[in-house]
Design a protein around this ligand. Sequence first.
Ligand code: COD
Ligand code: ZN
Length: 374
Amino acid sequence: MATAGKVIRCRAAVAWAPGKPLSVEEVEVAPPKAGEVRIKIVATGICHTDDHILKGSLPNVEFPVIPGHEGAGIVESIGQGVTSVKPGDKVIPLCLPQCGECSFCQNPESNCCQKSHFSEPQNLLPDKTSRFSCKGKQIHHFLWVSTFAEYTVVPEYAVAKIDAAAPLDKVCLFGCGFSTGYGAAINTAKVKPGSTCAVFGLGGVGLSVVMGCKAAGASRIIAVDINSDKFAKAKELGATDCVNPRDFKKPIQEVLTEMTRQGVDYSFEAIGHVDTMIAALASCNMNTGVCVMVGVLDSEISIDPVLLLTGRTWKGTMLGGWKTRECIPKLVSSYLERKFNSDLLITHTLPFAKVNEGFELLHAGKSIRTVLLF
Ligand code: COD
Ligand code: ZN
């Protein structure tokens, strides 16, 4: 490849400081070092988590930074010792790696690789340097993936090789939103056939939970959102009932408990607010209910312990519980076999230069997923 071993100058969206819109800049992307892969990003989705970065509400993010974590691309070049991918391969960069060696990776029940940001920051690559610079300044990586860049450099164990037939402008969603939501239902909650589910928040992540509940055979799926415009899509994807908490005077947990007599079997929170986390927990069956929190809070939460004392299970999920390098390619294959239609989550496709327009659509509640194309 003509570019291998050389610095590449290309476009990227840089967040220079919290509270400022993204700025599309020309950046330099250094070649991959040993154990790293340089990827030409072809498409990237906009997830609400990227918006949390711009607002400065995610902990452990360092500015200036190139956000984006829902991308798909093609390997441009590889560093020394890389064996699992080669230039030309289609790949998805993984914001949750799978090193395959740590005790979590070796545990069949776990997907929380110890190389993830819970153990070490992913603002710089593992050798503690950045491959990005702009106007003479070092730019930070985000969760190692930084998909709002035309080229990005990622450790090999955070790259999943996918089927060469995969359409990158569609399967980019598997880097976060679809995998997180779908897996929260299938892997984390382990939704059983015939069960009743409630999903709080009908963004790209919550609607993927709806799809997961449906695929697992749930017989009733109650979709909850304060934006009723989301209900048509929720029904199309499998919701049987749609509820807007603003249509009721009483708390939504009481509404759901009345609708289902004893509360739902599984509830999911895909918003990231304290009140909806507590409402989701209180909405599931007091004894056998399972509540999965998918959203992340920027504050602490306090609950009445009786909510758990009676037997409820309260869980979290990381990227839907998938062992990423191993399972994301399988999910892509299932997509190619048309086992589900995640394309329905994509409401807008924009050229990369319009990245800030994509965020405006998210703020206005008009988009589910906007996919940016380079
Ligand atoms: N009650 C009901 N619905 C609400 C409420 C409320 N009080 N407030 C907002 N909503 C709805 C909105 O109308 C919207 O439809 C939906 O909730 C949220 O959707 P989006 O499109 O804004 O968000 P998503 O689906 O892209 O992302 C949601 C997350 C919860 C994943 C995200 O915000 C988050 O918390 N991210 C951090 C967690 C994380 O790291 N997850 C894995 C990688 S992203
Ligand atoms: Zn995300």
